[in-house]
Design a protein around this ligand. Structure first.
Ligand code: ZN
Length: 439
């Protein structure tokens, strides 16, 4: 690509990302329709068929389709249009002005994920304008309500009501961090799956009594405090699934016991130090506390609400077993699942799309290996993996933005991404579209 082409591409993708950030889609309430309409206007000008769909007129999803010739795999380019709210307190610029400062685009959604939305849209528009015809359908879905996922208007609605969106492959958020490892190697993360998620109510039981003559040892809240402490201090044994083993191999972990290999991997980068323990263990994290008595009564029970993330393959019995192990003796409790255990789907590596991604990193970042990860957070990849069996990868390469800036500013203040990474992300998606069209 010549310097002029690069400058034009940068202007286009940065301009689109800024326009999208300026449309405030804070969720709640979302109000994603103006963002979907704006994008439909942009893609329509590039000759791409666009449609708005959804059960709530204020929260429509965009479906933009380049029909394929039918002799190759179909690809969904996914990006949610909503963002988390941006209380302006700690921001140094207004969150919805899309300021460009010191080579960074700063604004709510600059990382999560109007950046990726713009990059995918610009790559698709460029492909269409160049007269490219994909072998399989290419469908860009810009969906609402990912961040809260409670209104049933976004991807959960689309997979149910629009079976025509079923694609063989999908690219979405969740990966693309370039990590320089302690041993000199370099990897790029790709999210290939997600942990299961549920929430629990632990009802810690005690004996009701009048608070005027307290028996200190029998106070129900003492058991509650012990339970919280034990939950927070207990480390479950790590479990090394096939996909974790694939990650360890990809990162170049020397042979040894599972524990040694995990320790080695965690020591390779601060991001991995955070992720390796949660990729290999269930987490049960207290997030709320409730009692139901007036202040002069020692309550007969109190509830600890917990966020629970289980590994793919673990079930409700495993959660009960892990709870018993962590809480230990002397605490009487009941557990209730506040919602069904959901998620835990993984996509295989070694597919056509995987090897195209490998070719991309070989060309653009020689010596870099793709690092498949099962991630602890939830993304809309879950829905297409579950409903359609789509092979979905979280990947949008970030070459220049400091990885801590990227991860810490996501959902935080001064959310920002280097402008050059918008160009990188666009280039990656164009590479994929060109390869899938020609391969
Ligand atoms: Zn997101």
């Amino acid at each position: 690509m010549g310097a002029d082409d690069r400058a034009a591409l940068e202007a286009e993708v940065v301009g689109l990302a800024r326009d999208l950030i300026r449309i405030d889609t804070s969720n709640p309430p979302g109000n994603e329709t103006p963002a979907a309409e704006f994008l439909a206007g942009y893609l329509g000008e590039a000759g791409i068929e666009c449609e708005l769909a959804g059960p709530d007129p204020a929260r429509l999803n965009l479906i933009a389709r380049l029909p394929g010739t039918g002799d190759g795999p179909s690809l969904m380019l996914m990006a949610h249009t909503d963002v988390v709210p941006a209380p302006p307190d700690n921001w140094t610029v207004p969150p919805f002005e899309a300021t460009v400062r010191d080579g960074h685009l700063v604004g709510r959604g600059a990382v999560d994920m109007k950046n990726e939305l713009a990059a995918r849209a610009v790559a698709m528009a460029g492909f269409s304008r160049s007269g490219g015809r994909p072998r399989g359908d290419v469908i860009l879905v810009a969906e609402s309500d990912e961040e809260r996922n409670t209104a049933g208007v976004g991807m959960s609605w689309l997979v149910r009501e629009r079976p025509d969106l079923k694609c063989d492959f999908a690219l979405n958020e969740g990966g693309g961090q370039l990590l320089d490892l302690a041993d000199g190697g370099r990897v790029m993360t790709v999210s290939i799956g997600e942990k299961k998620v549920t929430s629990l109510r632990l009802r810690i039981k005690g004996t009701s009594a009048h608070a005027s003559i307290p028996d200190r040892e029998k106070n129900t809240l003492l058991s509650v405090s012990r339970a919280i402490e034990r939950l927070l201090s207990h480390d479950f044994e790590p479990e090394v699934s096939d996909s974790v083993r694939a990650s360890l191999d990809a990162i170049g972990a020397p042979s040894g016991s599972d524990t040694e290999r995990l320790e080695w991997a965690a020591g390779q980068h601060s991001v991995l130090a955070d992720l390796v323990p949660v990729m290999t263990r269930m987490t049960i994290t207290p997030t709320g506390l409730e009692t139901f008595e007036p202040s002069n009564v020692i309550p007969p029970f109190a509830d600890i609400v917990c966020d629970c993330r289980a590994l793919p393959g673990q079930d409700e019995d495993d959660i009960r077993g892990h709870l018993a192990e962590a809480l230990g003796p002397g605490i009487e409790y009941d557990v209730e699942f506040l919602e069904p255990l959901a998620g835990g789907f993984e996509s295989p590596v070694g597919t056509v799309l995987w090897s195209i991604c490998e070719q991309y990193v070989e060309e653009r970042f020689p010596g870099t290996a793709l690092l498949p990860m099962v991630t602890p957070g939830f993304t809309d990849s879950h829905w297409v993996r579950q409903a359609f069996g789509t092979v979905a990868y979280g990947l949008a390469p970030v070459a220049d933005t400091d990885v801590d800036v990227y991860l810490d500013s996501m959902h935080g203040a001064d959310e920002r991404l280097m402008v050059s990474d918008l160009v990188t992300m666009t280039g990656f998606h164009r590479f994929v579209l060109d390869r899938m069209a020609s391969g």
